[in-house]
Design a protein around this ligand. Sequence first.
Ligand code: AMP
Ligand code: MG
Length: 486
Amino acid sequence: MKSLIELQFDNRFARLGDAFSSDVLPEPIAEPRLVVASAAAMALLDLDPSEADSAVFAQIFSGHKLWSTAEPRAMVYSGHQFGGYNPRLGDGRGLLLGEVVNDAGDYWDLHLKGAGQTPYSRMGDGRAVLRSSIREFLASEHLHALGIPSSRALCVTGSSTPVWREKQESAAMVLRLAPSHVRFGHFEYFYYTQQHDQLKQLAEHVLHSHYAECLQQELPYLAMFREIVERNATLIAYWQAYGFCHGVMNTDNMSILGITFDYGPYAFLDDFDAQHICNHSDDTGRYSFSNQVPIAQWNLAALGQALVPLVEVDVLRESLSLFLPLYQAHYLDLMRKRLGLLSADAGDEALVQRLLQLMQSSAVDYNLFFRELGDSPAAEAVARLRDDFTDLASFDAWAADYLVRSAQDGDEQTQRRTRMHAVNPKYILRNYLAQDAIAAAEQGNYAPVRELHQVLSQPFDEQPGFERYAQRPPEWGKHLEISCSS
Ligand code: AMP
Ligand code: MG
């Protein structure tokens, strides 16, 4: 275990040079205080969890202190936002502090979000508010605990620095960890500015740093693109299987690693609703829950376009066409597991679709359904869950088919329950839970955020005494509109 000052940096991205990022120092926020830290994320850096209580921890992660070996940089990128190309984006309020190499030799980007203005801030103030920083922190660590690929979050620091959004709020910073902060939009930037040498340099960097196994292939860039397609197909399968709605799937928010990235107005579905739009600025529903699948493919096509100077277009297209079948296979696999099914049957896809339609028309709580389905033997479970449905005849028909299907796998209930509970969370980050904890934190009480973080970091475990976090949401909590201004 290490102390903060013992972290070792090797800043590979900074060394790519000024075409890729600009030197910027963090602009501190006033009277910094630690809101919450993740011991699990600290462990990725081999940090002793008690380091979070040291004064220097809050000072570093609020921009007051810095390692001499960190080289803070604002990265330049562009991207498609809501379908339109924006030629110049970049880190407008976050800085890549540097890359830490842990004892196992893994690299972790330290990215401080809310660190002040940069050359890419445009009209923005370079800040992040406490509310959105807590939301990013909670979601990053929770998705990881659910087994969904995600960037991680080390901590949130609050401050007394005022920030103006729809109302006056306070500035905060969240320290994000990821093996890479390269987005689809990085490639698009060099493609659309016709800087093909830098495009190649970026591709080499990503290939050597994150897709070294592709170097063995005949066409390494193509192999890397194929792998990115596959990882995104897996990621979106997880989102759809667990009811996660990202909300702002612009290409500048898509990670080159296929991890959930740049949390904004995200939401987990409460009642199942395929058309759910979690971002209240998304008027057309471009990023609605069910659109996440075609949009991910659209985004991958945008990335593929940016790789055209490096790879033949026909083979790029061929790799892109793998997205949908890969997605469907992963998704069905996850849904079978959620239903407790061991084997694969040709009728499973229809079984899943029928269930989702029934859940949609009866507004059934999506994640609790699966948890409760595993609680008792299949026949008892469906008999109990029946009360949640309005179209009883259709539910009964579905339940009968499900029981036949489960009986095929014929295992005994203790095993079934253990297996199902290992993939069906009891605790899920619902917007209203985050909202309650944020309201307390805005009053200076960080205990609820810390408790919620703890509970959500073991989402599959029974946690006696914390059952209130596993309840169905109250009516007021179901349709909260989450502001995009963060
Ligand atoms: P987002 O919608 O958070 O993914 O951000 C889109 C772009 O706007 C990125 O280039 C961000 O860095 C930038 N941005 C968002 N909020 C701010 C802010 N408060 N100040 C400066 N830039 C920002
Ligand atoms: Mg973004």
